[in-house]
Design a protein around this ligand. Structure first.
Ligand code: PMP
Length: 405
């Protein structure tokens, strides 16, 4: 794609410039986690090397700096998600913790025996198990949006899943196993016509496409820092103000309170109400630097480049004899799952690793999505904007060699 300087971008990522098993590393495991630009490493290191303090606003100079860095990280996440107010951003460990928070706080408060939770067949286990835990605690039931044989949700089935007992919908925007981009705006509109809020799992959409939670009208939106070129151990929950304010805290401790006696504790407002204890301050600083980096590259530009790479890779993989793609939705991002009947998936990944090519083979924490295709595991190359057409060629070449043997 003319105009996208992928070589310039690659220079910003030190981990991409290493040799693995005698070959230059080709990182195609971006759906699992992404590498970090130097600016993220520098921001984290400079935080610990200079500004390190707990965040108590008025205490002393370093505390002031830390607090400012932490809150400016919150403002960057607000911009990244297109939220209206930084108070709608809660820092958590990642997508998994964010969904557990909503299930245990909003869910426990609003979902009871006989109530219904709508998920889709494409969900990551992180967007299934927390709801099952809630269902076991409350007696609620889970209903599932089905998909077709391309891995696209059956939108026409969605209205029929709603009834007076439906209390929440929780769906992924992009499937981590298939790459399908789900029509979350349409599903949200249907849910809202029934007065039902929607949580959108943005773990696999935030690294690849521009996000605007207000335009999509998500009630909750969650993502992980480590998948958007930031640190592990940090992520965010966006929630509409009126929802967060009405929700009870889910963990108790310091920072989330306004007043404590043994008789009664008065909680802070959101987001502090949900941020008990010392947060991952360095993680927030690193995540803020990752967002700055994405804005400097330009999210629409990287999305367009990556989409052209995905189309190229999809066509190139079709040249591999016997290769069966798993997930062929019209709207996709990043993920190129497949099997080659007769060759074990783990063996394919191992052979590619011998050539420095990192892909994942496994169930990708999305067993129901894969079983929908009659498979237990796939080989899953997954792209990011720092991947190149030459790297895709190397992957396809490696696969041709494996098939020949
Ligand atoms: N949802 C989706 C769609 C994912 O891809 C992932 C990570 N593979 C998760 C949730 C869980 O994210 P994390 O492990 O960062 O909490």
């Amino acid at each position: 794609l003319a105009g996208f300087d992928v070589e310039g971008v690659r220079r910003d990522f030190p981990a991409l410039h290493q040799r693995v098993n005698g070959h230059p590393l080709i990182w195609l495991d971006n759906a699992a986690t992404t590498h970090k630009p130097q600016s993220v490493l520098d921001a984290t290191s400079s935080y610990y090397g200079r500004d390190n303090s707990n965040i108590h606003r008025a205490a002393h100079t370093l505390a002031g700096r830390s607090t400012e860095l932490f809150e400016s990280g919150r403002e960057k996440v607000r911009q990244f998600l297109g939220a209206g107010d930084a108070k709608e951003i809660v820092f958590v460990r990642g997508t998994t913790e964010a969904i557990n928070l909503v299930a245990q706080s909003y869910g426990k408060q609003n979902i009871g025996e006989g109530d219904e939770i709508i998920l889709s067949v494409l969900e990551h286990h992180a967007n299934i198990v927390p709801w099952q835990l809630l269902a076991a605690q409350t007696g609620a039931k889970i209903r599932v949006i089905p998909a077709n044989d391309r891995g696209e949700l059956l939108l026409e089935e969605v209205p029929g899943l709603f009834n007076a007992r439906t209390k929440i919908v929780s769906i992924t925007q992009v499937s981590n196993a298939l790459g399908t981009i789900n029509p979350v705006e349409e599903i949200i509109a249907i849910a809202h016509s029934h007065g039902v809020p929607v949580l959108v799992d943005g773990a696999q959409s935030t690294p690849h496409i521009p996000i605007n939670v207000q335009a999509m009208d998500a009630d909750f939106f969650v993502f992980s820092g480590h998948k958007v070129f930031g640190p592990t151990g940090i992520g965010a929950l966006y929630g509409k103000s009126h929802l967060l304010e009405a929700m009870p805290p889910w963990q108790g401790g310091g920072h989330m309170i306004r007043d404590v006696t043994f008789e009664k504790t008065v909680y802070n407002n959101a987001p502090e109400k949900f941020e008990a204890g010392t947060p991952d301050i360095a993680g927030v600083v690193g995540l803020g630097a990752a967002i700055d980096y994405l804005f400097s590259v330009g999210i629409p530009a990287l999305a367009a480049y990556e989409h052209s790479l995905l189309e190229y890779a999809t066509a190139a993989l079709a040249s591999v004899p016997g290769l069966r793609p798993i997930g062929t939705a019209h709207h996709k991002a990043s993920v190129l799952g497949f099997v080659i009947p007769g060759i074990e998936n783990a063996l394919i990944a191992k052979h590619l690793d011998q050539q420095g090519i990192a892909v994942r083979a496994g169930h990708h924490c999305a067993m129901p999505a894969l079983r929908h295709f009659g498979v237990e595991t796939t080989v899953r190359p997954s792209l990011a904007f720092y991947n190149t057409f030459a790297e895709v060629d190397a992957l396809v070449h490696g696969l041709h060699q494996i098939v020949k043997r």
